[in-house]
Structures are given as structure tokens and as C-alpha cells.
Design a protein around this ligand. Structure first.
Ligand code: GDP
Ligand code: MG
Length: 441
């Protein structure tokens, strides 16, 4: 998939004349790729039509960069589709909120409840977990084990079979204890679907949650829309969490869940462990959907652009995660020698839309050169600090003056630096596939 889209965009970049035909070809390739990423057919069609509407060639003055406009339009359109237009209910620390989790059995509800609680607890909240799943054998034990591990208070029962009763008792108990985040885990599937939805409705009515979170497994494919809609029609779902994003799924179902529930995605699950949980960020997600967030591709690219004799050193620095501006300088130096910056940046997970492959190699090279000129105006302390915050406003102003660049350009370069640092910090612990034999392992 990633290859397809990257190829489609690259083809577009290489075309000397961008016209309606090129746009159509590019859109068709991207449509296929999105369908493969489990994006719903209807949504792909909407995206297609919107982009065609936005990119009006007659309106474009001759001098405009048309390719960039098309790229931007596709990226923005997908971002828009993930934005339901209104934020979800946001709990406030110190005020009691009840959050109920719903979703099919196996979607990751119980795991996600704990992750959600743990995430907030680390930020100083006082969460609590209520197990209202009396259907699945061992459900309470599972929640209990998770809760004990995370040192989070929990409520549940082995004897009571009425989920509504347990939910109400649990919520009441924790309200009295002034817990500020009361999380209610529910049962995923009943003998009959209708009975599940009825039970869910009853728990919801009895506990009056401030927010109902729909938990969805990213690997369910095209079934996402109907599933999300079925839940939304039974209870007022207000947010979505997509799980198992560490697997093969590209997560196109998230677009369906947003469309069906008219609610935003708030977090994603990226593993079985408690801390494998991330705040949902639209742009990196769309990059991934478009196949541009591929690690192995990124590493291959580094191997391509970094000279063999410098590879182990630079790769080691990048993979250690503590990226300084000096390391970025070396990195840019290498890219400058080897090829267009756009191609490398196009491989970066979490790529910004502004840095999608540039059609003008000259332009990219000029940018790298300016970035390096700015860095030449920096002190050793600034270049070697692992803390991006060192570049405060007055230092940035000084660099702008010293390098003859605009302050906005310095800011842009620092943003790029922060992005690289963030990406590399995620690579920490990832095994770097160096091509040389490592004798120590
Ligand atoms: P529930 O039936 O909806 O409560 O789902 P569970 O929380 O019991 O999760 C079902 C399975 O999915 C368990 O084996 C979890 O460890 C696993 N799981 C949940 N979230 C994730 C995730 O983000 N990534 C991965 N790899 N596994 C997950
Ligand atoms: Mg469960």
C-alpha cells in the first residue's frame, strides 16, 4: 500500500505537466490504496469528489505550484474526514466524570479501560475501574489483575449477575470516594446481539455517563461503519478509541467510525501493555493511512542517503533518540550529498503535509542549505543540547540575524528538528538493521 501511494505521488511529481489527466490517475491510485487500507467505499468517493472540486485548474494562476496544491488537498481532505466538527466531552481533573466503554468482545475494551485510567493517573488524576461485564467468564479477574498492576481502585463482583446493579453500585462507591474518573467496562457480546444492546442501554441509563467511548479493533476492515453505527444507534457514543494499531491494519476503519458516530477518535491502542496508548493525532495518522509512515522504508532510505562509512555512527545517534541540532546538521549534510530532501522526508512517520515530496529538487536543496547556514550561527551549547527548548525566542532571533534568514524560517527549521527528534525518540529500542555485521551481538 505504502509503495502504491508513494509511487502515485512520485509519478505525479515527475510529470512535467500536471493536468486533469494526471490528477485523475493520481486520485485513482490513491483510491485503490485507501480501499486497501479499509477506508469505506463511500468515504473514498467523497474524498475523490472533494479533491476534484477543490483543485480547479482554471482558477489556478499559471505560476502556482499545482502539484503541491493537489498533495495538500488530498492530505487535508483526509484530515477533515477525521474531524467530526465538535470535540468530545473532556473530563476535568478534580471533578467527577463517569466514562463508559462499549464495543464488541475482543475489541480491547478491558485493556483500553485500564490504559485510559493509567494514562490519567500518571497525570495526577484519581481514576477508578468498574467491571460491569458479568457475561464473560473471568472478566472481573482480568480487570482486577490490570487494576492491581496499575494500582487503580476497582469494583466488581463474582456473585452478582446483574450488570446494571454492579455498575450503579460501583459508580456510587467511587463518587463517594471523590474519584474524578470513574470508568465503567461493559460486556462485549451476548448470546444475542439485541440482548447486548439492551444491556448496554440499561447500564447507560442507570449510570448516566458523561461520555461513552466506542472501542474498535483496527483490524475489522470494512465492517467498521456498520458496527460503529449499531452502537451509536443504541447509546449516545461520544468518542472513539481504535485499538491494535501496532498490527498490520492501517486503520482506515477509523474514518468510518468517525462518520458513523459523528465523534472524534481520542486515543489509539498500540500494544498489549498498559502504556502502549497514544493520544490520537490526525496528521501522523493520515500519513500512515497514505502509507508514508513506514519504518523499514525509512531505514532503507537512510541506508541510501548516508554513506556506508558513516552509517553506523549516524544511525546509532539517530536511534539513540537524543537528537541534537548537531546530529540533524550531520543528517542534512548527508542528504545534501545524496539527493532530494523530499524523498527522505516522505518516508518519515508523522510527516507534516508541508514537507511532502517537493517537486523541485533545487528548492529542497536550497532549503537544506539555509537550514545549515542557520545552524552555523548557533553556539556549541545550542548545537549539542538534547533539549529543543533551549532555542528560545531571543536565541532564535539572534540566529536569524546572524544567518540573514527570516525568523519564520528559523522557526520552521526548529519545527523540523523537533519532528525529527520525536520520530527518533520513537525509534529508541527499535533494532536498527545495519548492513554491517555487528560482532558484539
Ligand atoms: P474486550 O473483550 O473488548 O474487553 O477485549 P480485551 O481488553 O480483553 O482485549 C482482547 C485482546 O486484545 C487481549 O488479548 C488484549 O491484550 C489485546 N489488545 C487490546 N488492545 C490491544 C492493542 O492495542 N494492541 C494489541 N496488540 N493487542 C491489544
Ligand atoms: Mg472485556
Amino acid at each position: 500500500l505504502g509503495g502504491t501511494i508513494t509511487r502515485a505521488i512520485r509519478q505525479m511529481n515527475n510529470a512535467t505537466i500536471v493536468d486533469q489527466k494526471v490528477l485523475n490517475e493520481c486520485l485513482n491510485e490513491i483510491n485503490r490504496a485507501l480501499l486497501n487500507a479499509d477506508v469505506r467505499f463511500q468515504l473514498v468517493r467523497d474524498m475523490h469528489n472533494n479533491v476534484k472540486r477543490i483543485v480547479n485548474f482554471d482558477d489556478l494562476a499559471a505560476g502556482h505550484n499545482k502539484r503541491r496544491i493537489i498533495q495538500q488537498a488530498i492530505f487535508n481532505e483526509l484530515c477533515n474526514m477525521l474531524d467530526p466538527g465538535k470535540p468530545s466531552f473532556t473530563p476535568q481533573k478534580g471533578k467527577t466524570s463517569v466514562i463508559m466503554f462499549v464495543g464488541l468482545q475482543g475489541s480491547g475494551k478491558t485493556t483500553t479501560c485500564t490504559k485510559y485510567a493509567y494514562y490519567h493517573q500518571r497525570k495526577g488524576w484519581k481514576p477508578a475501574l468498574v467491571c460491569a461485564d458479568t457475561f464473560r467468564a473471568g472478566a472481573f479477574d482480568q480487570l482486577k489483575q490490570n487494576a492491581i498492576k496499575a494500582k487503580i481502585p476497582f469494583y466488581g463482583s463474582y456473585a452478582e449477575s446483574d450488570p446494571v446493579k454492579i455498575a450503579v453500585e460501583g459508580v456510587e462507591t467511587f463518587k463517594k470516594e471523590n474519584r474524578d474518573l470513574i470508568i465503567v467496562d461493559t460486556s462485549g457480546r451476548h448470546k444475542q446481539e439485541a440482548a447486548l444492546f439492551e444491556e448496554m442501554r440499561q447500564v447507560s441509563e442507570a449510570t448516566k455517563p458523561d461520555l461513552i467511548v466506542f472501542v474498535m479493533d483496527s483490524s475489522i476492515g470494512q465492517a467498521a461503519f456498520d458496527q460503529a453505527l449499531a452502537f451509536k444507534q443504541s447509546v449516545p457514543v461520544g468518542a472513539v478509541i481504535v485499538t491494535k494499531m501496532d498490527g498490520h491494519a492501517k486503520g482506515g476503519g477509523a474514518l468510518s467510525a468517525v462518520a458513523a458516530t459523528k465523534s472524534p477518535v481520542i486515543f489509539i491502542g498500540t500494544g498489549e501493555h498498559m502504556d502502549e496508548f497514544e493520544v490520537f493525532d490526525v496528521k501522523p495518522f493520515v500519513s500512515r493511512l497514505l502509507g508514508m509512515g513506514d519504518w523499514s522504508g525509512f531505514m532503507d532510505k537512510i541506508h541510501e542517503v548516508v554513506p556506508e562509512d558513516q552509517q553506523p555512527e549516524l544511525l546509532r545517534k539517530l536511534s539513540e533518540g537524543n537528537i541534537t541540532l548537531r546530529i540533524m546538521y550531520e543528517y542534512l549534510q548527508n542528504i545534501q550529498k545524496m539527493g532530494p530532501i523530499g524523498q527522505v522526508f516522505s518516508m518519515l512517520p508523522g510527516l507534516s503535509s508541508e514537507l511532502m515530496p517537493n517537486d523541485q529538487e533545487v528548492e529542497s536543496q536550497a532549503k537544506i542549505k539555509r537550514y545549515m547556514t542557520m545552524m552555523d550561527s548557533m553556539t556549541n551549547e545550542e548545537l549539542d543540547s538534547p533539549n529543543p527548548k533551549i532555542m528560545n525566542e531571543s536565541r532564535s532571533m539572534r540566529v536569524a540575524r546572524g544567518s540573514g534568514c527570516d525568523i519564520s524560517e528559523v522557526m520552521e527549521m526548529l519545527e523540523e528538528y523537533k519532528r525529527l527528534a520525536k520520530i527518533c525518540s520513537k525509534m529508541k529500542g527499535l533494532k536498527i538493521p545495519t548492513r554491517r555485521c555487528d560482532m558484539n551481538t
